[in-house]
Design a protein around this ligand. Structure first.
Ligand SMILES: [Zn+2]
Ligand SMILES: [Zn+2]
Length: 641
């Protein structure tokens, strides 16, 4: 007998050689039924995995964080089994799980058409219903290579040769249907196809073996899988909603920004788009100035020496735009503000009395991304960040980070964004003393606890130069985006020889805190467009009010209304085209302008406006003064609807 230790610290005895599933059975029949895989001494394995020695065992059910990946990868095999069953002679590539599903690559005679996907999905359901066992077998390596060679699968042969060099045996899986599907894989998988309850094939695309366009062209089939039909349906609805909200589409419809092939990955902001951009920029200034930040401006182009000192020249050069000065010096456009801020800090002597010193900057940054990966505002070559660096004494870390956490909480609240935080701790490769890291991590924890911010811990995921806190925001349709970050840095102050004079009159090293809340403005705007589906709340809307005269004779009063709105500081426009007012309303509605003010004879006589809200429809006539007061109050309160 061997002893297994369960996550709660209790133990169970099982026969030596018993499968991991026996542990689930020893706990309860219900757990055995719900089990999908197991974690044995930290490794995710099949339920059939034999236990030969004492071990820590955890049973994976659909509640476990490891489960979805195993489930989706297993569904990818089901897809491959269905494809090879329906299209004999198809060669299989690889089939990994993804954040929102899975894919499998195939070499096929002709590209798949939508009817093929329907047939494949039907076949998958059929194979799932028959509840075939995912059986792992260890084959002698030669036999496996021979098998896949004979079956006309040179890609699998290549995979085996690359991934199992020096091994005598290789791991293959079968799904025991009548064609006996066999695939080279190390697993793990769910115990049988019957566990795969809810999946859907979503799309196909062209792919290449190993993602290299020089290699064999393949067809990639994408799918997604969830533990229940309800979750799957919700996901499909979310995908459709995401398509409708796509910032590239909405941005075009609202006329916010454009791109041109001569400046790939750099947005052209229209008047409306630039207004939105500047509204966010000014909003952030309004938050940071009272929090003790100085807005600074540092150069865009720097001599190579700076990048050598910062370490970017050796590690990051290919991501930067390199230029030559008139004197022939090698220069590079900045891809981040940090090194410039260190130079700025070093231009003066600093005393402990000034600390913390906080810089923030919104000037443009450039990253030399390959044009193939650019798309909309989420991946760009030119962007600006609400980038900031705080220079603090070690004793100030906890209070500074706590203040930052409160700032972040307030800002996300203004946008109605839900978020989660995670603390990433010392990685395997790190610089500095272990005690220093321990102190830094303790300071971050103290700040998180004091601010009341719930957080998860990502053990070992910190940067090599210090621990960090990252924030994921969740948008209106449940998607997560990584945005704010707070990173401690002990390395940069050394490299740039940053100093301050302490109370003891001696020189000390400050600690640098890199922090951003929006991240890049471009990406944050993309997130906001999709979060609000283009219907920005009043305080953010690039155009807040549109005045719509019913007939030409109302133009004079309409212009007066518009002028009054302008004077009050509202972003207003006047639609003076000779179109029917209903047509103008429809257009303004499509432009998602929060308020439409219709003016005719009666409004002109009463100095009133007939108010139409984008969200609530006709609100009736109101004195003009009262509309202005209400609208300004809505802007000031940052009401979200
Ligand atoms: Zn597999
Ligand atoms: Zn930085």
């Amino acid at each position: 007998m061997i002893t297994v230790t369960l996550p709660d610290g209790s133990t169970k005895q099982v026969e030596s050689g018993a499968p991991a599933k026996a542990v689930a059975e020893a706990i309860s029949p219900r757990l055995a039924d719900a089990a999908l895989a197991a974690v044995v001494d930290g490794k995710v394995v099949d339920l059939a995995y034999p236990l030969h020695q004492d071990a820590k065992v955890q049973i994976v059910t659909n509640k476990s964080p490891e489960a979805l990946e195993v489930y989706r990868h297993s569904t990818a095999h089901l897809l491959a089994a269905a494809v090879t069953n329906l299209f004999p002679g198809t060669q299989c590539g690889i089939g990994p799980p993804l954040d929102d599903g899975f894919y499998y690559d195939f070499v096929v005679e002709r590209p798949f058409v939508p009817e093929d996907l329907e047939a494949i999905e039907k076949k998958m359901k059929d194979l799932a219903a028959q509840d075939f066992v995912f059986e792992r077998q260890l084959w002698p390596r030669d036999r496996a290579i021979d098998f896949f060679k004979k079956r006309g699968e040179p890609l699998k042969v290549q995979l085996i040769e690359e991934k199992t060099a020096g091994q005598s045996e290789v791991s293959v899986y079968t799904i025991k249907d009548k064609e006996t599907f066999v695939d080279f894989c190390v697993g793990p998988h769910v115990p049988s196809t019957g566990k795969l309850k809810a999946f859907k094939l979503t799309t196909t695309s062209n792919a290449y073996w190993k993602g290299d366009a020089k290699n064999q062209p393949m067809q990639r089939v994408y799918g997604t899988a969830f533990f229940s039909q309800k979750e799957l349906d919700e996901h499909v609805t979310r995908l459709e909603e995401a398509k409708k909200r796509d910032h590239r589409k909405v941005g075009r419809e609202l006329g916010l920004f454009a791109f041109h092939p001569w400046a790939p990955g750099a947005g052209f902001w229209t008047g409306k788009g630039a207004t939105l951009y500047n509204t966010l920029a000014d909003y952030m200034r309004g938050k940071l100035f009272p929090a003790g930040y100085q807005e600074v401006k540092t150069p865009i182009v720097y001599n190579k020496e700076l990048w050598v000192t910062s370490g970017h020249w050796s590690h990051y050069r290919e991501n930067m735009f390199l230029v030559k000065s008139a004197d022939g010096d090698e220069m590079a456009l900045k891809a981040m503000n940090c090194p410039g801020h260190y130079l700025l800090y070093s231009t003066e002597k600093h005393s402990y009395k000034e600390m913390p010193i906080r810089f923030h900057e919104q000037t443009p940054l450039h990253r030399n991304e390959a044009s193939g990966v650019l798309g909309g505002l989420t991946r760009v070559r030119q962007f600006s960040q609400d980038d900031g660096h705080c220079f603090v004494m070690e004793s100030q870390i906890a209070s500074e980070v706590e203040a930052l956490l409160r700032l972040i909480q307030g800002i996300y609240k203004d946008f109605g964004l839900e978020y989660t935080a995670k603390l990433s701790t010392r990685p395997e490769k790190f610089i500095g003393e272990v005690e220093l890291w321990d102190r830094a991590e303790a300071a971050l924890k103290e700040a998180l606890d004091k601010s009341g911010q719930p957080y998860a811990i990502n053990r070992g995921d910190g940067a090599f130069y210090g621990p960090k806190i990252d924030f994921d925001i969740t948008d209106a349709i449940g998607r997560k985006w990584q945005c704010a970050t707070i990173q401690l840095d002990y390395v940069a102050p050394e490299r740039f020889d940053l100093k301050y004079v302490g109370a003891d009159n001696a020189e000390h090293r400050p600690v640098v805190i890199h922090r951003a809340i929006f991240g890049s403005f471009e990406r944050f705007i993309a997130i906001l467009i999709e979060h609000f589906a283009g219907a920005f709340p009043m305080w953010l809307a690039p155009l807040q009010v549109i005045v719509l005269p019913i007939a030409d004779r109302h133009l004079e009063y309409a212009a007066e209304v518009r002028a009054l709105l302008d004077k009050a500081g509202l972003r207003a426009t006047l639609d003076d085209r000779q179109e029917k007012v209903n047509y103008k309303i429809r257009e303004a509605q499509l432009q998602k302008i929060p308020y439409m003010l219709v003016v005719g004879d009666r409004e002109a006589a009463d100095r009133a406006v007939a108010v139409r809200s984008r969200a609530k429809g006709d609100l009736g006539a109101r004195p003009l003064d009262r509309f202005v007061t209400d609208a300004l109050a809505e802007v000031t309160s940052k009401a979200l609807s």
